[in-house]
Write a protein of this length. Structure first.
Lengths: 268, 251
Protein backbone atom coordinates (compact mmCIF):
# COMPACT_ATOMS: atom_id res chain seq x y z
CA UNK A 1 0.00 0.00 0.00
CA UNK A 2 1.29 3.40 -0.93
CA UNK A 3 2.15 5.68 1.97
CA UNK A 4 -0.03 8.41 0.46
CA UNK A 5 -3.22 6.43 1.17
CA UNK A 6 -2.46 6.07 4.87
CA UNK A 7 -3.64 9.62 5.37
CA UNK A 8 -7.40 10.03 5.68
CA UNK A 9 -7.30 13.50 4.12
CA UNK A 10 -5.58 12.12 1.02
CA UNK A 11 -8.15 9.35 0.64
CA UNK A 12 -10.89 11.96 0.92
CA UNK A 13 -9.13 14.18 -1.62
CA UNK A 14 -8.94 11.29 -4.07
CA UNK A 15 -12.58 10.30 -3.58
CA UNK A 16 -13.86 13.86 -3.97
CA UNK A 17 -11.40 14.51 -6.80
CA UNK A 18 -12.56 11.53 -8.83
CA UNK A 19 -16.22 12.51 -8.32
CA UNK A 20 -15.40 15.99 -9.62
CA UNK A 21 -13.23 14.57 -12.39
CA UNK A 22 -16.22 12.67 -13.74
CA UNK A 23 -18.78 15.45 -13.48
CA UNK A 24 -16.74 18.51 -14.53
CA UNK A 25 -16.04 17.49 -18.16
CA UNK A 26 -19.58 16.11 -18.63
CA UNK A 27 -21.00 19.55 -17.87
CA UNK A 28 -18.06 21.19 -19.63
CA UNK A 29 -18.89 19.31 -22.83
CA UNK A 30 -22.31 20.95 -23.10
CA UNK A 31 -20.87 24.37 -22.25
CA UNK A 32 -18.06 24.11 -24.80
CA UNK A 33 -20.24 23.06 -27.75
CA UNK A 34 -22.59 25.94 -27.02
CA UNK A 35 -19.70 28.41 -27.02
CA UNK A 36 -20.38 28.95 -23.36
CA UNK A 37 -16.98 27.99 -21.94
CA UNK A 38 -16.77 31.15 -19.86
CA UNK A 39 -19.83 30.04 -17.89
CA UNK A 40 -17.67 27.77 -15.72
CA UNK A 41 -15.33 30.62 -14.79
CA UNK A 42 -18.23 32.94 -14.09
CA UNK A 43 -19.93 30.44 -11.79
CA UNK A 44 -16.59 29.82 -10.08
CA UNK A 45 -16.29 33.50 -9.21
CA UNK A 46 -19.86 33.51 -7.96
CA UNK A 47 -18.98 30.49 -5.81
CA UNK A 48 -16.06 32.45 -4.48
CA UNK A 49 -18.41 35.20 -3.33
CA UNK A 50 -20.37 32.36 -1.70
CA UNK A 51 -17.23 31.16 0.05
CA UNK A 52 -16.59 34.69 1.32
CA UNK A 53 -20.12 34.88 2.71
CA UNK A 54 -19.63 31.50 4.38
CA UNK A 55 -16.35 32.55 5.96
CA UNK A 56 -17.92 35.83 7.13
CA UNK A 57 -20.92 34.19 8.81
CA UNK A 58 -18.87 31.17 9.89
CA UNK A 59 -21.01 28.65 8.00
CA UNK A 60 -19.54 25.82 5.92
CA UNK A 61 -18.41 27.75 2.77
CA UNK A 62 -19.28 24.79 0.51
CA UNK A 63 -22.97 25.27 1.33
CA UNK A 64 -22.99 29.04 0.77
CA UNK A 65 -21.04 28.55 -2.46
CA UNK A 66 -23.58 26.05 -3.79
CA UNK A 67 -26.51 28.25 -2.76
CA UNK A 68 -25.18 31.44 -4.30
CA UNK A 69 -24.02 29.88 -7.57
CA UNK A 70 -27.34 28.10 -8.11
CA UNK A 71 -29.11 31.41 -7.45
CA UNK A 72 -26.79 33.19 -9.89
CA UNK A 73 -27.35 30.51 -12.54
CA UNK A 74 -31.04 31.37 -12.55
CA UNK A 75 -30.21 35.08 -12.80
CA UNK A 76 -27.89 34.44 -15.75
CA UNK A 77 -30.44 32.40 -17.68
CA UNK A 78 -33.28 34.84 -16.93
CA UNK A 79 -31.19 37.76 -18.22
CA UNK A 80 -30.18 35.77 -21.29
CA UNK A 81 -33.81 34.95 -22.07
CA UNK A 82 -34.75 38.61 -21.76
CA UNK A 83 -32.38 39.26 -24.71
CA UNK A 84 -31.52 42.68 -23.39
CA UNK A 85 -27.81 41.91 -22.93
CA UNK A 86 -25.41 39.80 -25.02
CA UNK A 87 -24.75 36.36 -23.55
CA UNK A 88 -21.04 36.92 -22.96
CA UNK A 89 -21.61 40.37 -21.44
CA UNK A 90 -23.91 38.75 -18.87
CA UNK A 91 -21.08 36.40 -17.94
CA UNK A 92 -18.66 39.32 -17.62
CA UNK A 93 -21.19 41.11 -15.42
CA UNK A 94 -21.59 38.20 -13.03
CA UNK A 95 -17.89 37.32 -13.06
CA UNK A 96 -16.57 40.72 -12.04
CA UNK A 97 -19.63 41.62 -10.00
CA UNK A 98 -19.32 38.62 -7.72
CA UNK A 99 -15.56 39.08 -7.41
CA UNK A 100 -16.23 42.62 -6.17
CA UNK A 101 -18.70 41.29 -3.60
CA UNK A 102 -16.21 38.64 -2.49
CA UNK A 103 -13.39 41.15 -2.06
CA UNK A 104 -15.58 43.56 -0.04
CA UNK A 105 -16.81 40.85 2.30
CA UNK A 106 -13.31 39.44 2.75
CA UNK A 107 -11.82 42.84 3.59
CA UNK A 108 -14.63 43.44 6.09
CA UNK A 109 -13.80 40.17 7.82
CA UNK A 110 -10.02 40.44 7.46
CA UNK A 111 -10.24 37.21 5.53
CA UNK A 112 -7.10 37.53 3.42
CA UNK A 113 -5.15 34.64 4.82
CA UNK A 114 -3.74 31.23 3.97
CA UNK A 115 -7.22 29.70 4.18
CA UNK A 116 -8.31 31.93 1.32
CA UNK A 117 -5.38 30.79 -0.81
CA UNK A 118 -6.66 27.22 -0.57
CA UNK A 119 -10.02 28.28 -2.02
CA UNK A 120 -8.39 30.11 -4.88
CA UNK A 121 -6.05 27.35 -6.02
CA UNK A 122 -7.34 24.20 -4.39
CA UNK A 123 -5.99 22.29 -1.45
CA UNK A 124 -5.88 18.60 -0.69
CA UNK A 125 -5.68 18.85 3.07
CA UNK A 126 -8.92 20.78 3.64
CA UNK A 127 -11.56 18.31 2.43
CA UNK A 128 -13.65 17.45 5.50
CA UNK A 129 -15.92 14.42 5.83
CA UNK A 130 -18.97 16.65 5.33
CA UNK A 131 -17.41 18.17 2.20
CA UNK A 132 -16.73 14.70 0.86
CA UNK A 133 -20.29 13.47 1.31
CA UNK A 134 -21.84 16.64 -0.08
CA UNK A 135 -19.51 16.43 -3.08
CA UNK A 136 -20.27 12.78 -3.78
CA UNK A 137 -24.02 13.17 -3.30
CA UNK A 138 -24.24 16.17 -5.61
CA UNK A 139 -21.91 14.62 -8.17
CA UNK A 140 -24.27 11.62 -8.31
CA UNK A 141 -27.26 13.95 -8.80
CA UNK A 142 -25.52 15.77 -11.67
CA UNK A 143 -24.38 12.49 -13.24
CA UNK A 144 -27.87 10.98 -13.05
CA UNK A 145 -29.42 14.05 -14.66
CA UNK A 146 -26.97 13.91 -17.55
CA UNK A 147 -27.44 10.17 -18.08
CA UNK A 148 -31.25 10.35 -17.93
CA UNK A 149 -31.62 13.49 -20.04
CA UNK A 150 -28.72 12.83 -22.40
CA UNK A 151 -30.79 12.86 -25.61
CA UNK A 152 -32.61 16.06 -24.64
CA UNK A 153 -29.40 17.85 -23.58
CA UNK A 154 -27.68 16.76 -26.79
CA UNK A 155 -30.55 17.90 -29.04
CA UNK A 156 -30.96 21.25 -27.28
CA UNK A 157 -27.21 21.87 -27.68
CA UNK A 158 -27.04 20.76 -31.33
CA UNK A 159 -29.86 22.99 -32.52
CA UNK A 160 -32.04 24.77 -29.94
CA UNK A 161 -34.57 25.98 -32.49
CA UNK A 162 -35.04 22.58 -34.07
CA UNK A 163 -35.34 21.06 -30.60
CA UNK A 164 -38.04 23.55 -29.71
CA UNK A 165 -39.90 22.88 -32.97
CA UNK A 166 -39.80 19.20 -32.00
CA UNK A 167 -41.62 19.98 -28.77
CA UNK A 168 -38.70 20.04 -26.30
CA UNK A 169 -38.92 22.62 -23.49
CA UNK A 170 -35.56 24.11 -24.47
CA UNK A 171 -35.67 26.97 -21.95
CA UNK A 172 -36.26 24.58 -19.06
CA UNK A 173 -33.47 22.32 -20.29
CA UNK A 174 -31.08 25.29 -20.47
CA UNK A 175 -32.00 26.37 -16.95
CA UNK A 176 -31.36 22.88 -15.70
CA UNK A 177 -28.02 22.67 -17.46
CA UNK A 178 -26.74 25.93 -16.03
CA UNK A 179 -27.96 24.91 -12.58
CA UNK A 180 -26.09 21.60 -12.86
CA UNK A 181 -23.02 23.57 -13.92
CA UNK A 182 -23.39 25.77 -10.84
CA UNK A 183 -23.53 22.73 -8.56
CA UNK A 184 -20.55 21.08 -10.27
CA UNK A 185 -18.47 24.23 -9.97
CA UNK A 186 -19.35 24.82 -6.32
CA UNK A 187 -18.41 21.31 -5.22
CA UNK A 188 -15.14 21.50 -7.14
CA UNK A 189 -13.63 24.61 -5.56
CA UNK A 190 -12.25 22.81 -2.49
CA UNK A 191 -9.97 20.61 -4.58
CA UNK A 192 -9.41 22.56 -7.79
CA UNK A 193 -9.90 26.12 -6.60
CA UNK A 194 -11.98 29.03 -7.87
CA UNK A 195 -9.46 30.21 -10.42
CA UNK A 196 -8.87 26.81 -11.98
CA UNK A 197 -12.16 24.92 -12.03
CA UNK A 198 -13.03 26.46 -15.42
CA UNK A 199 -9.92 24.81 -16.80
CA UNK A 200 -10.92 21.35 -15.55
CA UNK A 201 -14.32 21.73 -17.22
CA UNK A 202 -12.96 22.94 -20.53
CA UNK A 203 -9.45 21.58 -21.20
CA UNK A 204 -10.26 17.82 -21.09
CA UNK A 205 -13.19 18.50 -23.45
CA UNK A 206 -11.19 20.43 -26.05
CA UNK A 207 -8.45 17.80 -25.80
CA UNK A 208 -11.00 15.05 -26.49
CA UNK A 209 -12.43 17.03 -29.42
CA UNK A 210 -9.04 16.84 -31.16
CA UNK A 211 -9.60 13.14 -31.87
CA UNK A 212 -12.50 13.89 -34.25
CA UNK A 213 -14.99 11.47 -32.73
CA UNK A 214 -18.74 11.73 -32.19
CA UNK A 215 -20.39 13.40 -29.23
CA UNK A 216 -20.65 10.39 -26.95
CA UNK A 217 -17.13 9.11 -27.60
CA UNK A 218 -15.73 12.62 -27.15
CA UNK A 219 -17.54 12.85 -23.82
CA UNK A 220 -16.13 9.52 -22.62
CA UNK A 221 -12.63 10.54 -23.71
CA UNK A 222 -12.93 13.86 -21.87
CA UNK A 223 -13.86 12.02 -18.65
CA UNK A 224 -10.85 9.72 -19.07
CA UNK A 225 -8.56 12.74 -19.54
CA UNK A 226 -10.11 14.55 -16.62
CA UNK A 227 -9.81 11.64 -14.18
CA UNK A 228 -6.22 11.07 -15.30
CA UNK A 229 -5.48 14.76 -14.65
CA UNK A 230 -7.06 14.63 -11.19
CA UNK A 231 -5.24 11.47 -10.09
CA UNK A 232 -1.84 12.49 -11.48
CA UNK A 233 -2.33 16.03 -10.17
CA UNK A 234 -3.16 14.85 -6.65
CA UNK A 235 -0.08 12.60 -6.56
CA UNK A 236 2.09 15.50 -7.73
CA UNK A 237 0.44 17.78 -5.22
CA UNK A 238 1.22 15.38 -2.37
CA UNK A 239 4.78 14.46 -3.29
CA UNK A 240 5.97 17.88 -4.44
CA UNK A 241 3.85 19.95 -2.07
CA UNK A 242 2.02 21.84 -4.85
CA UNK A 243 -1.40 23.48 -4.88
CA UNK A 244 -3.66 20.65 -6.08
CA UNK A 245 -5.65 22.79 -8.55
CA UNK A 246 -2.52 23.95 -10.31
CA UNK A 247 -1.09 20.44 -10.50
CA UNK A 248 -4.34 18.98 -11.87
CA UNK A 249 -4.75 21.65 -14.53
CA UNK A 250 -1.09 21.36 -15.52
CA UNK A 251 -1.58 17.64 -16.21
CA UNK A 252 -4.73 18.49 -18.21
CA UNK A 253 -2.68 20.98 -20.23
CA UNK A 254 0.01 18.37 -20.95
CA UNK A 255 -2.72 15.99 -22.20
CA UNK A 256 -4.07 18.78 -24.39
CA UNK A 257 -0.66 19.50 -25.93
CA UNK A 258 -0.08 15.80 -26.45
CA UNK A 259 -3.51 15.49 -28.15
CA UNK A 260 -2.76 18.32 -30.57
CA UNK A 261 0.69 16.99 -31.47
CA UNK A 262 -0.54 13.38 -31.66
CA UNK A 263 -3.39 14.29 -34.03
CA UNK A 264 -1.15 16.46 -36.17
CA UNK A 265 1.42 13.65 -36.42
CA UNK A 266 -1.38 11.22 -37.28
CA UNK A 267 -2.54 13.39 -40.18
CA UNK A 268 0.93 13.78 -41.71
CA UNK B 1 -67.30 15.75 -57.65
CA UNK B 2 -63.73 14.91 -56.70
CA UNK B 3 -63.11 14.43 -52.99
CA UNK B 4 -60.51 16.85 -51.63
CA UNK B 5 -57.61 15.26 -49.74
CA UNK B 6 -57.36 15.60 -45.97
CA UNK B 7 -56.19 19.11 -44.88
CA UNK B 8 -52.84 18.94 -43.04
CA UNK B 9 -52.06 22.60 -42.52
CA UNK B 10 -54.69 25.35 -42.53
CA UNK B 11 -54.11 29.04 -41.98
CA UNK B 12 -57.07 31.31 -41.47
CA UNK B 13 -56.49 35.06 -41.61
CA UNK B 14 -53.10 34.75 -39.94
CA UNK B 15 -51.13 37.91 -39.22
CA UNK B 16 -47.77 38.23 -37.53
CA UNK B 17 -45.76 41.30 -36.62
CA UNK B 18 -42.47 41.94 -34.85
CA UNK B 19 -43.50 44.83 -32.61
CA UNK B 20 -45.13 47.37 -34.92
CA UNK B 21 -43.54 45.82 -37.97
CA UNK B 22 -46.08 43.62 -39.76
CA UNK B 23 -44.46 40.66 -41.56
CA UNK B 24 -47.48 38.58 -42.48
CA UNK B 25 -50.91 40.07 -43.08
CA UNK B 26 -54.19 38.19 -43.27
CA UNK B 27 -52.80 35.03 -44.79
CA UNK B 28 -55.15 32.12 -45.51
CA UNK B 29 -54.36 28.90 -47.31
CA UNK B 30 -54.59 25.13 -46.93
CA UNK B 31 -52.00 22.44 -47.55
CA UNK B 32 -53.53 19.02 -48.18
CA UNK B 33 -52.20 15.49 -47.97
CA UNK B 34 -49.89 14.58 -50.85
CA UNK B 35 -49.22 18.15 -51.96
CA UNK B 36 -45.84 19.36 -53.14
CA UNK B 37 -45.94 23.08 -52.47
CA UNK B 38 -43.29 25.65 -53.29
CA UNK B 39 -43.31 28.95 -51.43
CA UNK B 40 -41.61 31.83 -53.21
CA UNK B 41 -41.30 35.51 -52.47
CA UNK B 42 -38.73 38.24 -51.93
CA UNK B 43 -36.33 38.31 -48.98
CA UNK B 44 -38.10 39.84 -46.02
CA UNK B 45 -41.44 38.86 -47.54
CA UNK B 46 -42.23 36.60 -44.58
CA UNK B 47 -41.35 33.11 -45.87
CA UNK B 48 -39.27 31.95 -42.92
CA UNK B 49 -41.61 33.71 -40.48
CA UNK B 50 -44.51 31.76 -41.98
CA UNK B 51 -42.66 28.47 -41.40
CA UNK B 52 -41.91 29.44 -37.80
CA UNK B 53 -45.57 30.20 -37.22
CA UNK B 54 -46.54 26.79 -38.61
CA UNK B 55 -43.92 25.11 -36.41
CA UNK B 56 -45.16 26.93 -33.31
CA UNK B 57 -41.85 28.79 -32.82
CA UNK B 58 -43.68 32.09 -33.29
CA UNK B 59 -47.23 32.87 -32.23
CA UNK B 60 -49.49 34.66 -34.70
CA UNK B 61 -50.74 38.05 -33.55
CA UNK B 62 -54.07 37.27 -35.23
CA UNK B 63 -55.86 34.38 -36.90
CA UNK B 64 -55.88 30.62 -36.44
CA UNK B 65 -53.44 27.88 -37.40
CA UNK B 66 -54.85 24.36 -37.66
CA UNK B 67 -52.51 21.38 -37.88
CA UNK B 68 -53.98 18.02 -38.90
CA UNK B 69 -57.43 19.30 -38.01
CA UNK B 70 -56.44 20.51 -34.54
CA UNK B 71 -55.84 24.02 -33.24
CA UNK B 72 -52.06 24.60 -32.92
CA UNK B 73 -52.42 24.83 -29.11
CA UNK B 74 -53.88 21.33 -28.96
CA UNK B 75 -51.48 19.86 -31.49
CA UNK B 76 -49.08 17.55 -29.68
CA UNK B 77 -47.86 15.13 -32.35
CA UNK B 78 -44.83 17.24 -33.25
CA UNK B 79 -43.22 14.34 -35.09
CA UNK B 80 -45.82 14.63 -37.88
CA UNK B 81 -44.04 17.73 -39.20
CA UNK B 82 -40.41 17.23 -40.19
CA UNK B 83 -38.46 20.46 -40.46
CA UNK B 84 -35.19 21.08 -42.26
CA UNK B 85 -33.89 24.51 -41.26
CA UNK B 86 -32.03 26.76 -43.64
CA UNK B 87 -28.78 27.27 -41.82
CA UNK B 88 -27.68 23.65 -41.61
CA UNK B 89 -25.25 24.22 -44.43
CA UNK B 90 -23.43 27.00 -42.62
CA UNK B 91 -23.34 26.32 -38.88
CA UNK B 92 -22.17 23.63 -36.49
CA UNK B 93 -19.01 22.90 -38.48
CA UNK B 94 -17.18 22.23 -35.24
CA UNK B 95 -19.96 20.49 -33.37
CA UNK B 96 -18.57 17.06 -32.47
CA UNK B 97 -21.42 14.81 -33.58
CA UNK B 98 -21.62 11.95 -36.05
CA UNK B 99 -24.23 11.74 -38.78
CA UNK B 100 -25.90 8.91 -36.85
CA UNK B 101 -26.08 11.00 -33.67
CA UNK B 102 -27.70 13.88 -35.55
CA UNK B 103 -30.19 11.74 -37.49
CA UNK B 104 -31.19 9.96 -34.28
CA UNK B 105 -32.50 13.24 -32.79
CA UNK B 106 -35.33 12.90 -35.31
CA UNK B 107 -36.79 10.16 -33.09
CA UNK B 108 -36.89 12.41 -29.99
CA UNK B 109 -40.35 13.91 -30.66
CA UNK B 110 -41.72 10.36 -30.55
CA UNK B 111 -40.08 9.55 -27.21
CA UNK B 112 -40.87 10.85 -23.75
CA UNK B 113 -38.44 12.39 -21.27
CA UNK B 114 -36.02 9.81 -19.80
CA UNK B 115 -37.09 7.31 -22.50
CA UNK B 116 -34.23 5.60 -24.29
CA UNK B 117 -33.91 4.78 -27.98
CA UNK B 118 -35.14 1.26 -28.72
CA UNK B 119 -33.85 -1.20 -31.33
CA UNK B 120 -36.85 -0.20 -33.46
CA UNK B 121 -35.89 3.48 -33.24
CA UNK B 122 -32.37 2.65 -34.40
CA UNK B 123 -33.76 0.55 -37.26
CA UNK B 124 -35.89 3.50 -38.43
CA UNK B 125 -32.90 5.84 -38.13
CA UNK B 126 -30.79 3.47 -40.29
CA UNK B 127 -33.60 3.32 -42.85
CA UNK B 128 -33.91 7.14 -42.94
CA UNK B 129 -30.17 7.42 -43.60
CA UNK B 130 -30.52 4.90 -46.43
CA UNK B 131 -33.46 6.79 -47.97
CA UNK B 132 -31.44 10.00 -47.90
CA UNK B 133 -28.44 8.16 -49.35
CA UNK B 134 -26.05 8.95 -46.51
CA UNK B 135 -25.69 5.56 -44.84
CA UNK B 136 -22.01 5.38 -45.76
CA UNK B 137 -21.39 8.54 -43.67
CA UNK B 138 -22.98 6.99 -40.58
CA UNK B 139 -19.94 7.54 -38.33
CA UNK B 140 -18.55 10.62 -40.07
CA UNK B 141 -18.57 13.93 -38.20
CA UNK B 142 -21.17 16.30 -39.68
CA UNK B 143 -18.49 19.01 -39.86
CA UNK B 144 -16.56 16.93 -42.39
CA UNK B 145 -19.40 16.79 -44.93
CA UNK B 146 -20.14 19.11 -47.86
CA UNK B 147 -23.13 21.48 -47.84
CA UNK B 148 -25.26 19.12 -49.93
CA UNK B 149 -24.41 16.11 -47.78
CA UNK B 150 -25.25 18.01 -44.59
CA UNK B 151 -28.56 19.00 -46.13
CA UNK B 152 -29.31 15.31 -46.64
CA UNK B 153 -28.32 14.54 -43.05
CA UNK B 154 -30.93 16.98 -41.81
CA UNK B 155 -33.50 15.57 -44.22
CA UNK B 156 -32.73 12.08 -42.90
CA UNK B 157 -33.14 13.53 -39.42
CA UNK B 158 -36.59 14.81 -40.33
CA UNK B 159 -37.50 11.50 -42.02
CA UNK B 160 -36.45 9.55 -38.92
CA UNK B 161 -39.48 11.03 -37.15
CA UNK B 162 -41.65 9.39 -39.84
CA UNK B 163 -43.42 12.68 -40.58
CA UNK B 164 -46.46 13.29 -42.76
CA UNK B 165 -45.21 16.70 -43.86
CA UNK B 166 -41.66 17.73 -44.69
CA UNK B 167 -40.87 21.46 -44.56
CA UNK B 168 -37.60 22.65 -46.08
CA UNK B 169 -36.32 26.20 -45.82
CA UNK B 170 -34.11 27.12 -48.81
CA UNK B 171 -32.77 23.57 -49.11
CA UNK B 172 -30.50 24.24 -52.07
CA UNK B 173 -28.56 27.20 -50.67
CA UNK B 174 -24.93 26.14 -50.49
CA UNK B 175 -25.52 23.07 -52.65
CA UNK B 176 -23.71 23.01 -56.01
CA UNK B 177 -25.69 22.91 -59.26
CA UNK B 178 -24.87 19.28 -60.09
CA UNK B 179 -26.04 18.09 -56.68
CA UNK B 180 -29.18 20.23 -56.94
CA UNK B 181 -30.57 18.14 -59.78
CA UNK B 182 -30.24 14.87 -57.85
CA UNK B 183 -31.61 16.64 -54.83
CA UNK B 184 -34.80 17.66 -56.65
CA UNK B 185 -35.22 14.13 -57.99
CA UNK B 186 -34.88 12.89 -54.42
CA UNK B 187 -37.60 15.29 -53.18
CA UNK B 188 -39.90 14.28 -56.03
CA UNK B 189 -39.49 10.61 -55.14
CA UNK B 190 -40.21 11.35 -51.47
CA UNK B 191 -43.43 13.02 -52.54
CA UNK B 192 -44.42 10.34 -55.06
CA UNK B 193 -43.11 7.06 -53.68
CA UNK B 194 -43.17 7.79 -49.96
CA UNK B 195 -46.41 9.76 -50.17
CA UNK B 196 -44.86 12.58 -48.19
CA UNK B 197 -46.41 16.04 -48.30
CA UNK B 198 -43.66 18.56 -49.01
CA UNK B 199 -43.48 22.31 -48.48
CA UNK B 200 -40.35 23.96 -49.67
CA UNK B 201 -39.30 27.56 -49.52
CA UNK B 202 -37.06 28.88 -52.22
CA UNK B 203 -35.87 32.07 -53.80
CA UNK B 204 -35.29 30.00 -56.96
CA UNK B 205 -38.42 30.58 -59.07
CA UNK B 206 -37.24 28.25 -61.83
CA UNK B 207 -36.83 25.36 -59.43
CA UNK B 208 -40.23 25.94 -57.90
CA UNK B 209 -42.00 26.28 -61.24
CA UNK B 210 -40.40 23.11 -62.60
CA UNK B 211 -40.39 20.89 -59.54
CA UNK B 212 -43.41 21.57 -57.38
CA UNK B 213 -47.05 20.75 -58.06
CA UNK B 214 -48.43 23.94 -56.54
CA UNK B 215 -46.90 27.27 -55.72
CA UNK B 216 -47.66 29.96 -53.19
CA UNK B 217 -46.31 33.47 -53.67
CA UNK B 218 -45.82 35.43 -50.49
CA UNK B 219 -45.00 39.08 -50.10
CA UNK B 220 -46.40 39.89 -46.63
CA UNK B 221 -49.71 38.62 -47.89
CA UNK B 222 -50.84 36.03 -50.40
CA UNK B 223 -50.01 37.17 -53.92
CA UNK B 224 -50.92 33.93 -55.67
CA UNK B 225 -51.65 30.28 -54.94
CA UNK B 226 -52.17 27.58 -57.52
CA UNK B 227 -50.51 25.66 -60.35
CA UNK B 228 -47.07 26.99 -61.33
CA UNK B 229 -47.81 27.26 -65.06
CA UNK B 230 -50.96 29.33 -64.48
CA UNK B 231 -49.34 31.68 -62.04
CA UNK B 232 -45.77 32.41 -62.79
CA UNK B 233 -46.31 35.14 -65.34
CA UNK B 234 -44.84 38.61 -65.54
CA UNK B 235 -47.82 40.17 -63.82
CA UNK B 236 -47.47 38.10 -60.66
CA UNK B 237 -43.69 38.45 -60.57
CA UNK B 238 -44.04 42.19 -60.76
CA UNK B 239 -46.27 42.18 -57.71
CA UNK B 240 -43.80 39.92 -55.92
CA UNK B 241 -40.45 41.39 -56.79
CA UNK B 242 -41.24 44.73 -58.39
CA UNK B 243 -40.86 45.82 -62.01
CA UNK B 244 -38.27 44.56 -64.46
CA UNK B 245 -38.56 40.94 -63.43
CA UNK B 246 -38.70 38.40 -66.22
CA UNK B 247 -39.12 34.68 -66.34
CA UNK B 248 -36.29 33.01 -68.12
CA UNK B 249 -37.39 29.83 -69.79
CA UNK B 250 -34.95 26.98 -69.25
CA UNK B 251 -35.39 24.14 -71.66
Amino acid sequence: MLEIFQYDFMVRAFEAGIAIGIVAPLIGMFLVVRRYSLMADTLAHVSFAGVAIGLFFKVNPVFTAIGLSVLASFGIEALRNSRRIFGESILALFLSGSLAIAVIILSLSNGFNANLFSYLFGSISTVSNTDLWVTIALAVVVLLDIVLLYKELFFASLDPELAQASGLPVKAINFMMVMLAAIAVAISIRIVGVLLIGALMVIPVISAMQYGRGFFTTMVLSVVFSITSVIAGLFASYYFNLASGGAIVLVALIIFLFSIVFIKAGKD
Amino acid sequence: MQQLAEPYIELNNVSFSYGNNPVIEKLSFTVRKGEYLGIIGPNGGGKTTLIKVILGLLHPTEGAVMLFGKDRHDFKEKHRIGYVPQRVTQTDREFPATVFEVVRTGRIPRLGFFERFTAKDIEIVERAMKTAGIERYRDTLIGNLSGGERQRVYIARALAGEPDVLILDEPTVGVDIGAQKTFYEFLASLNKDHNLTIIFISHDIDAVSQETKTVLCLNHTLVCHGLPRDLLNEHVLERLYGKHTHLVDHK
